[in-house]
Design a protein around this ligand. Structure first.
Ligand code: NAP
Length: 494
């Protein structure tokens, strides 16, 4: 019998008021039941927000360094349980074990980064224009914050959001992705063990419509931090707009690697394999386009296709596997649809893959073939739309200007990379590619938690996750003026 997991509200593990549950099965082998989770609705969300509102009254007054001490313990506890949580994450999400270890590690890194931030959270002191007057700015928490998270980084993304929110003095209600609730349950259990007081963090599982909607539309929620598709992000933005509540949106990507004629080709191939097929292409920063200078196009393509054909696909718990399954049947079908679109485009040439992997154990999971289309026109759908799966489009170009134009030719702006030995090319790329993240001689994936993470255009709404940038999402500025002159002093007038 698989375990039944409950919601976490006001410091207690509770069943949903609906009395309904849903199953979570392994995408590598759907015969394996991971667990049964609460199929919640607006009633459970209301309870969680009420608990978070009440808990905020005390939590905001706990000194930030003390809040951060709990966060430090969370980081330590995650280290102790890293392997167990990684194994469970591979089972529920499908990505290979090396990558799920990295996912838990991001939660650890974020905990330690923000444990330090609890003793900084710097504001400003500035000289006043008046005599005998002091002034400073301080960060204040907002109140109840909501997190709506996707399945591709099941613990890292919840940590990126909840850890800074907590250190800033907010309380949290999280709705995990339906495909990966167990990793959030694991994270919440660690928080509970490390002494987060009741009501300060709450978790409600269930669908986007039944749980996400009432969560983001509740006026007691002061910030909605969302990571997911651009379509749902737009809905979050609209829900918050009417009463000016904050929202922080991290959405889709259509990232590109640019390979210059002076690039180290084998290094660029390494980057294209890792960026294109890591996490089965299901990363917001996945390199789903590789834009290659015509002088090295043939050499790059031959090597890239050969390496791709040698990738080992299977259950990510096996350490020798390079690529796991798609997260769900729906996600697999969406990727297969794009493979068909690519095959039906006149100009694009299918170099390898192009369908589902079947036979033997593959029949029990949602496996897609690593797929490369060559000679892709930058205007084709496979070159412009986010696929979020194991499909890479290779696009030729003539010169740097044209390459940059192709890289920018998308509605998204998350990540891009250039492979070159010429520092001038590198700096032109850094300056002219309009993305939130840029790599030189490294793939489009590989962000570290102490720099801002996020994108331009339809990828984000101007905020950034991680680094110190997350402080701006989860706190507001208060400017404080202290006049000790004992008389009326009028700024700009006296
Ligand atoms: P999604 O369908 O937008 O779902 C994201 C979250 O929103 C899930 O928890 C989902 O719940 C919830 N949701 C769905 N409909 C909702 C609604 N009407 N109201 C409120 N919440 C709702 O995205 P996904 O398929 O999970 O993730 C893939 C997308 O995330 C890709 O576009 C990818 O690029 C993006 N992503 C971006 C970043 C970044 O940092 N920029 C990072 C990772 C992923 P259910 O799970 O119950 O449907």
């Amino acid at each position: 019998m698989a375990e039944v997991y409950k919601n976490y509200i006001n410091g207690k593990w509770v069943e949903s008021k609906t009395g309904n549950t849903f199953e979570n099965r392994s995408p590598a082998d759907t015969r394996e039941l991971i667990g049964t989770f609460q199929k919640s609705d607006a009633g459970d969300v209301n309870d969680a927000i009420t608990a978070a509102s009440e808990a905020f009254k005390k939590w905001r007054l706990v000194p930030a360094p003390k809040r951060a001490e709990i966060i430090y313990k969370i980081g330590q506890r995650l280290i102790e349980r890293k392997e167990e949580f990684s194994q469970q994450m591979t089972r529920e999400m499908g990505k290979v074990i090396k990558e799920t270890r990295g996912d838990v590690q991001e939660a650890i890194d974020m905990s330690f980064l923000y444990a330090g931030e609890g003793r900084r959270m710097y504001g400003h002191t500035t000289p006043s224009e008046m005599p005998n007057k002091f002034q400073m700015s301080v960060r204040i928490p907002l109140g109840v914050t909501a997190m709506i998270t996707p399945w591709n980084f099941p613990m890292a993304i919840p940590a990126w959001k909840m850890i800074p929110a907590l250190v800033c003095g907010n309380t949290c209600v999280i709705k995990p992705a339906t495909d990966t609730p167990l990793s959030v349950v694991n994270f919440i259990k660690v928080m509970e063990e490390c002494g987060i007081p009741p009501g300060v963090v709450n978790m409600v599982t269930g669908s986007g419509g039944a749980v996400g909607e009432p969560l983001m539309t509740d006026r007691r929620v002061m910030v909605v931090s969302f990571t997911g598709s651009t379509g749902i992000g737009r809905r979050v933005s609209e829900a918050c707009a009417s009463d000016f509540r904050h929202c922080h949106l991290e959405m889709g990507g259509k990232n590109a690697i640019m390979v210059m004629d002076d690039a180290k080709i084998d290094l660029a191939v390494d980057g294209a394999i890792w960026g294109g097929f890591g996490t089965t292409g299901q990363r917001c920063t996945a390199a789903s386009r590789v834009v290659v200078h015509k002088k090295v196009y043939k050499e790059f393509l031959e090597k890239f296709v050969a390496r791709t054909k040698s990738l080992k696909i299977g259950n990510g718990l096996d350490e020798s596997i390079d690529m796991g399954p798609a997260v769900s049947e729906g996600q697999m079908n969406s990727v297969l649809k794009y493979m068909e679109i690519g095959k039906n485009e006149d100009k694009a040439k299918l170099m390898c893959g192009g369908g589902r992997l079947t036979g033997g154990d593959y029949d029990h999971g949602w496996f897609t073939q690593p797929t490369i289309f060559a000679d892709v026109d930058p205007e084709m759908r496979i070159a412009k739309e986010e696929i979020f799966g194991s499909v890479v489009s290779v696009i030729p170009f003539d010169n740097l200007e044209q390459g940059i134009e192709i890289v920018n030719n998308t509605d998204y702006g998350l990540s891009a990379a250039i492979y070159t030995q010429d520092v001038n090319n590198a700096f032109r790329g850094i300056r002219d590619v309009y993305t939130g993240i840029f790599y030189v001689n490294a793939s489009t994936i590989g962000a570290e938690v102490h720099l801002p993470f996020g994108g331009t255009k339809h990828t984000g709404n101007g905020h950034r996750e991680a680094g110190t940038a997350a402080l701006d999402v989860f706190s507001e500025w208060r400017s404080v003026y202290i006049d000790f002159s004992g008389k009326l002093q009028r700024a700009q007038i006296d």
